[in-house]
Structures are given as structure tokens and as C-alpha cells.
Design a protein around this ligand. Structure first.
Ligand SMILES: [Zn+2]
Length: 230
């Protein structure tokens, strides 16, 4: 498993392929240039593929709890990329599951990884606050929806239960996977309107454009093969 390399968007962490993109800390992807996300910056340890994807699935879908240790270590590495920007105290909030989902699974993978990461990072900067954010609606499947539909689908899905826990505080939102950013953006908005001063995002994995491009390259090869066969 390898950390994400190359030029990344300074806001959402998406890979930037433009060979002329400046190698500065201020580089932004097209989506973030059009509309800045509500969080300050999102970082992820690795690309959501192969072994890392397998490791996340092991915990999430197969309930192999010891996998949380390795995932917590990777999350801690992602958090380390942000720590220079943190104030003296940061509230760590895992993206919650809907109560019925959590009951069914028996745990929240983001919460388990967050607890492990805190244990490894130590110090007094990070404080885990698991119950601060709740998921009021089950919105797990966003597959096949457009960006706009995903945002609509997510609206009102989260709520802050204890405003005093986040009011005037810096919040680090953590999740297992950053896919389109719709979930963490919605959570960030809710936390900010509850009075959080800043919201950062750290995830174990992130889907990256490369996978789509590799997919397209594969597709064009398939088209070539098909043409040759006809
Ligand atoms: Zn971006």
C-alpha cells in the first residue's frame, strides 16, 4: 500500500493531470475552482483500489475487527499531513452511520479507525467526539446519481446533537473513503452552521481520477479490439 503521490488539489485532494499545473501548494482542481468546498482541506492516505480497498472491505463488510489497527495507522498518516495547520485543540468527528445501519453492522468503521488513529497520534490536540453528529436518513447508495442529485439526496441527512461540543472549535471530520465528497461536504456544512470555526477532512482512502482514466484507456482498447473483430 502506498500513499497518494503526484500533484493533488490543495482543497479536495483530487489528482491533477495537467502537466502545466504549477507544483505549488495552491493548485486546485476544476471542481474546486468552480465552487470551493465548505471544508478547508481534505486529505487521504491512499487510492481506493487494490489492497487498500480490500483492507477497508475486510473491516466494513466482513467484520474483521483487527483490520482497524492497520486502517487507524493509515488514517493517522493522513491526519499527519494536516497537523501543522491545526490549532491547539481539534475535535475529531467520525462521519456517522444511520442508527439502523450501525446496529446491523455492529460498529462504525470510521469511528474505529479514528479511535486507533488518536491512540497512535497521542498528545492533547485531538479529542474524539463520536456522538456529536448523527445521520438522520440512510443515504448509503448514491450510485447512479448526478452530482446535483447526490447533493439533494444528502440534504438534511445529518444533524449536530450537541452544538456546545463544536461551537467555536476546529473540527476534523474523518471517514473511511472519500468518493465524490458529497457526504463530507454535507457534514462540514452542518458542523459549520452549528458554529464550528473550521472543518478539515481526513479519510483512509480516496477515489482518484486515475482510476477513471485507466478505465477509459481500457475501454478505448476494448473499442479497438471490437473494431478489429468486426
Ligand atoms: Zn479539488
Amino acid at each position: 500500500m502506498q500513499p497518494i503521490g503526484g500533484v493533488l488539489c490543495s482543497l479536495c485532494g483530487e489528482r491533477i493531470f495537467n502537466p502545466f499545473a504549477p507544483q505549488t501548494s495552491a493548485v486546485k482542481c476544476g471542481l474546486c475552482r468552480r465552487a470551493a468546498p465548505p471544508f478547508i482541506r481534505a486529505v487521504a492516505y491512499g487510492s481506493y483500489e487494490r489492497e487498500l480497498r480490500g483492507l477497508i472491505h475486510l473491516l466494513k463488510y466482513e467484520g474483521v475487527l483487527p483490520a482497524k489497527k492497520a486502517l487507524g495507522r493509515l488514517l493517522a498518516q493522513a491526519i499527519a499531513a494536516l497537523s501543522a495547520e491545526f490549532g491547539p485543540e481539534v475535535v475529531l468527528v467520525p462521519v456517522p452511520l444511520h442508527a439502523s445501519k450501525k446496529r446491523q453492522r455492529g460498529f462504525n468503521q470510521a469511528e474505529l479507525a479514528a479511535a486507533e488513529a488518536i491512540r497512535l497520534i497521542g498528545g492533547n490536540t485531538l479529542r474524539l467526539e463520536s456522538g456529536v453528529l448523527v445521520r438522520r436518513r440512510n443515504t448509503e447508495s448514491q450510485i447512479g446519481l448526478t452530482r446535483h442529485q447526490r447533493r439533494e439526496n444528502m440534504r438534511g441527512a445529518f444533524a449536530v446533537t450537541r452544538r456546545e461540543a463544536v461551537k467555536g472549535r476546529e473540527v476534523l471530520l474523518v471517514d473511511d473513503v472519500f468518493t465524490t465528497g458529497t457526504t463530507v461536504s454535507e457534514c462540514s456544512k452542518v458542523l459549520l452552521s452549528a458554529g464550528a470555526s473550521k472543518v478539515w477532512v481526513a479519510t483512509i482512502a480516496r477515489t482518484l481520477k486515475a482510476e477513471v482514466q485507466v478505465g477509459n484507456a481500457g475501454a478505448s482498447e476494448a473499442v479497438q479490439a471490437l473494431k478489429a473483430a468486426v
